[in-house]
Design a protein. Structure first.
Length: 254
């Protein structure tokens, strides 16, 4: 997953509102979000190549998501798949502090990543891009792509502004999806200031990416209400950016 825009404990009725795109090579096999047979309380998509997931939610209120970190030095093969990271949290009952402390000692086993994990009480961010400790997030509007949290990439800035506007109006899955669905590329001058000048940078600067072999393969929106009702919707796309399917799951936390 390569773009997440979320409002955490900003709206009194919605502790978490999130919109996210997963960008991937079209040839990589993937299963849409569903409840896993071996973990019946886990709702997540599945990477059929390495077996992990990019984002998931449990019926007890655990949430996790991961993005790759854009750093050629950390994009080489690593011993373990980043898709394991959300599962470490979603399939356990461990405390976040315990799991994150363990991960800090093992993070060199993975290529560069950004990780979000949380539950009904807290939301945490950790990256192995540096040795900074995990951060327990304060209420606010956040954007995460393939750099550190809230890095000022154009598509992150655009998404944060749109979700801020959304908070004052009707909130539904379509309005959340719109915060990450812009297909326009960033201004070349903006990319130059960020050091993003490679051939593919313009195409990859769009929120919704569409190239010949790589692009946005799914979008997920999550509406978490203060009364414990959650609604998850995932849309999948083909290589032309056309909608292929929709999975929607609504649940009530115990």
């Amino acid at each position: 997953m390569c773009l997440m825009i979320f409002a955490y404990r900003v709206h009194p009725d919605y502790p978490l509102l999130l919109a996210a795109n997963r960008d991937e090579f079209y040839a990589r096999p993937t299963a849409p979000a569903s409840y896993w047979k071996e973990h019946p309380a886990l709702l997540a998509g599945r990477d059929l190549e390495a077996g992990g997931t990019w984002m998931g939610l449990t019926q007890s209120g655990r949430f996790a998501a991961v993005t790759n970190f854009r750093d050629p030095a950390r994009s080489l093969s690593a011993p373990r798949s980043r898709g394991e990271l959300p599962l470490k949290w979603l399939t356990s009952e461990r405390q976040a502090s315990e799991l994150l402390a363990e991960l800090e000692s093992q993070d060199s086993d993975y290529a560069g990543f950004n990780l979000l994990l949380g539950d009904r009480d807290a939301l945490w961010y950790y990256s192995n891009a540096d040795k900074a400790p995990a951060i327990k997030l304060e209420p606010g509007i956040y954007g995460l792509s393939n750099a550190k949290l809230n890095s000022p990439w154009p598509k992150v800035i655009k998404g944060k502004a749109r979700i801020a506007e959304l908070l004052s109006g009707p909130i539904d899955h379509q309005s959340l999806l719109d915060t990450v669905h812009d297909k326009g590329s960033a201004d070349p001058a903006e990319l130059e200031l960020l050091g993003l000048q490679e051939t593919m940078d313009a195409a990859l600067s769009a929120q919704f990416i569409s190239t010949e072999v790589y692009g946005t393969v799914s979008s997920t929106t999550l509406i978490w209400q203060a009364d414990g009702q959650l609604s998850w919707r995932e849309r999948t796309y083909d290589s032309q950016g056309n909608k292929q399917g929709v999975v929607q799951q609504d649940l009530q936390l115990a």
